[in-house]
Structures are given as C-alpha cells and as structure tokens.
Design a protein around this ligand. Structure first.
Ligand code: SF4
Length: 205
C-alpha cells in the first residue's frame, strides 16, 4: 500500500481551550464533503493549495511542542476540512507519534462508516459538529444528508463509547432556533451522547 499523504493547509500551534484539554496544535487539512453556509474555512478550503505531507514529515514539524503536550495532556487536533477523509493518514501518524500525545479529530461524520470506525483505535477524542438533528435544517445548512451523520454517530457510540465523544450543537443564525438546538440536544442524549457543547456560531454582519 502506498504511504498515505495529508493535504496540509495550515498548522496552528499553542491552542488552549478549543480542542479539549491541554495545549494542542491544530493540523488543518483540505477537503470536505459538506458545504456549510457559515464555514469559517470555506475560502481556505477553496483557494489554498494544500501541501502533501507524510506522517514522518508532519511529526518533525509538530514535535517542537512535545514538552507542552506532555506537560498539559495535550497533543494534535486534526481538523480542516473533514479530518476523517484522512483516516489512513491519522492511523499512520498515531503509530509514530509519542503515546502520551492526545489525538483529537474535529469531524462532521459525513464520511463513509469505514472512515469513522477505522479511526477508533487511533483517536482519543472525537469532536463531532452535528449541525442540527433535524434532516431539513441539516440539508438546508450543509447540502448533505443527516442520516449519514446520525448512523455514524450511533456506530461510533457503540465502538468508542460516549466518554470519548464530544458533540457540538450549534445555534446557527438564519437556519435554526434555540428550540431546534434544544431538540437536537435531547435527541442526542436519547442516543446515548453524554458530552454535549451547546454554543452559537458567530457570523459576519
Ligand atoms: S463541515 Fe466544517 S469544514 Fe466542512 S463545510 Fe461544514 S463547517 Fe466547513
């Protein structure tokens, strides 16, 4: 099998409080199957040419913060873009990265089930941006089909367990209401989600 490459858009070092506990480096990658109206990375995803890197090359660049990661329980967060388009790469990176580093992915789960289940052994924490649990709102906002996300979330809850999954439930200006957000949270709790983060997207005027 050819060595998997990662389409690197940017590295953001020394993040705190956004990707879970500890100091993290965000590794942003290209590509996303959704088309969210308020995507903060839409321009980056559309315009920036990605640099293709091997797992070894990425490790060389991020290990400058090894001491911070170990001291704070932090590590690497794969985002972008859709991190789980790159499950094979993340698995390779996990094999060569220090075991103490926490690996997090930010994902919409709008990917084939194999990409999700294949990441379970390599990823410590899954941060899932569910958008909205209502299929109509989800489709209007993302252009995608919410059943793929909900089925993948069910599978992930079964295989990884709820403690490793944080589901983010946004209030999306012009697309849903606080009642919709509360309804999504309730449905997610019924599915077995224990860790929820309700928040609001901030959109340009
Ligand atoms: S899932 Fe995330 S990266 Fe993809 S279009 Fe939506 S906001 Fe942007």
């Amino acid at each position: 099998m050819n060595e998997p490459l990662y389409p690197l858009l940017s590295l953001v070092r020394l993040r705190m409080g956004t990707d879970g506990s500890g100091v993290t480096t965000l590794v942003a990658g290209a590509g996303c199957p959704l088309c969210c109206r308020w995507c903060i990375n839409a321009r980056l995803l559309a315009e920036a040419p990605a640099e293709m890197v091997t797992a070894e090359a990425l490790l060389k660049r991020v290990k400058i913060d090894d001491l911070y990661f170990r001291a704070t329980g932090g590590g690497i967060c794969f985002g972008g873009g859709e991190s789980l388009l790159h499950t094979d790469f993340i698995r390779c990176f996990r094999e060569i990265a220090p075991a103490e580093w926490r690996i997090t992915v930010e994902t919409s789960l709008a990917v084939p089930a194999d990409n999700v289940l294949g990441a379970v052994d390599a990823v410590d924490v899954f941060i899932v941006d569910c958008k909205d649990m209502d299929p109509g709102i989800y489709h209007r906002y993302t252009g995608g089909d919410s059943s793929l996300m909900t089925e993948n979330l069910r599978r992930l809850l079964q295989k990884a367990g709820p403690d490793r999954i944080l589901v983010r439930v946004p209030l999306i200006p012009q697309y849903n209401t606080a009642e919709d957000q509360a309804r999504s949270a309730e449905l997610l709790r019924k599915m077995g989600v224990k860790r929820l983060d309700l928040f609001s997207y901030v959109v340009p005027d």
